[in-house]
Ligand binder design. Structure first.
Ligand code: PRE
Length: 367
């Protein structure tokens, strides 16, 4: 063995010893943290029947702190992701929480659920957004994850419409960068592709790329990207547009990566549940308001937000479903409903609205 090789081996052995020691320290500290979480659970249990184990505001604070104190070389996001998993495991010790998401397995909504709750939550795919709402309302699961808007394609009306009849609260939000890939199965002949499956929204998000690379290929809209991935398994002349999770789940080969027309393509998801979330220090509030159908009504509705310097992040209009030509406004703004100036603005809005429902105040998405 050369001298140089011996030096390399010696250096590696020393560094690995050091890593082993650090790992032992990390493991000991994680166990101590988990013991603390178990004690937290005891305190919560002693306080009453309806102990709330999952605390979105506290989780957001823990993750933000992990990012703030990070001095590298890992990125802030990587550091927060590690803490996300540690906290997920600690929460599972306190009480394994059940989360329903818009399935099937392999969809971006599953990815969002994992990103938000970590891998220790028990997650269950459901076939439709309405079902996710229903299962949370029935108490069959603790929380639900549903998509609400995409930066390219806009709002997901189905989710907003569910709030018209549901009493669930929004407990959190999570944003996901959406990367679409063109994928094929091991029997697909790339030169013979005549059909591309995907969800209608994903086909729309890749329209320009498809126009230039597969102008004459039939585009077939199916219920989800994961469903598209599943279909190409047995077809030699078809491809699917879907994300990484679907490619892994169905063992597909990625033919072209990141084919979305806009590189900043992202989707925002909501966490729905039945608890009101206390302030975390950086929160958003979602509101549903119906107005009398008169000139100036929208102006009256928005005026209190201006007067109290509240930053609106989104305003959507939907037909109310309770009468022709009456509308409901979905409004998101920065801040928590318990903040005095916001509480005052909400009172003023209530004075001029025919109906108002605060859908929830919740921590701004951290990861
Ligand atoms: O602080 C709490 O209430 C906890 O239960 C502890 C903890 C954590 O591991 O830090 C776990 C779950 C909660 O969702 C928030 C935080």
């Amino acid at each position: 063995m050369s001298q140089q090789q011996q030096n390399t081996d010696q250096q590696l052995a020393q560094l690995r010893d050091r890593i082993d020691q650090i790992d032992a320290d990390i493991a000991r500290l994680i166990s101590q943290r988990a013991e603390c979480a178990l004690q937290v659970a005891e305190v919560k249990k002693a306080n009453g029947e309806d102990a709330l184990y999952y605390r979105p505001e506290r989780e957001a604070q823990v993750l933000r702190r992990a990012m703030e104190r990070n001095g590298g070389p890992l990125t802030d996001e990587e550091m927060a992701r590690l803490f996300r998993e540690i906290m997920s495991a600690c929460l599972a010790l306190e009480e394994p929480i059940k989360v329903a998401y818009l399935g099937p397995e392999g969809t971006f909504t599953q990815q969002a659920a994992l990103k938000h709750f970590g891998n220790s939550a028990k997650s269950r795919p459901l076939a439709a957004i309405d079902e996710v709402f229903r299962e949370v309302e029935a108490g069959a699961v603790n929380y639900g994850v549903v998509p609400v808007e995409n930066s390219t394609e806009g709002v997901i009306n189905h989710t907003l419409d569910n709030f018209l009849t549901s009493n669930l609260q929004i407990c959190g939000e999570v944003e996901l960068r959406i990367h679409h890939h063109l994928m094929i199965s091991d029997i697909t002949r790339p030169e013979a592709i005549t059909r591309i499956y995907s969800h209608a929204q994903s086909l729309a998000q890749c329209r320009k790329w498809l126009d230039s690379h597969y102008p004459n290929v039939e585009r077939v809209a199916v219920a989800s990207n994961a469903e598209a991935a599943k279909r190409v398994k047995g077809e030699w002349n078809a491809a699917a547009i879907a994300g990484d999770m679907a490619a892994d789940l169905y063992g597909l080969k990625v033919l072209a990566e990141k084919i979305e027309d806009r590189p900043d393509n992202s989707t925002r998801f909501l966490i729905i549940g039945s608890q009101a979330v206390p302030p975390s220090g950086d929160d958003k509030t979602s509101l549903m308001v119906s107005m009398r159908n008169e000139p100036g009504a929208l102006h009256d509705l928005l005026e209190p937000f201006r007067r109290h310097s509240i930053d609106l992040t989104r305003v959507e209009t939907r037909p109310s479903q309770s009468g022709n030509w009456t509308y409901v406004f979905f409004i998101d703004f920065a801040g928590h409903r318990d903040t005095p100036s916001i509480a005052e603005a909400l009172r003023e809005v209530a004075d001029c609205a025919s109906d108002i429902k605060v859908l929830g105040s919740y921590p701004r998405g951290v990861l």
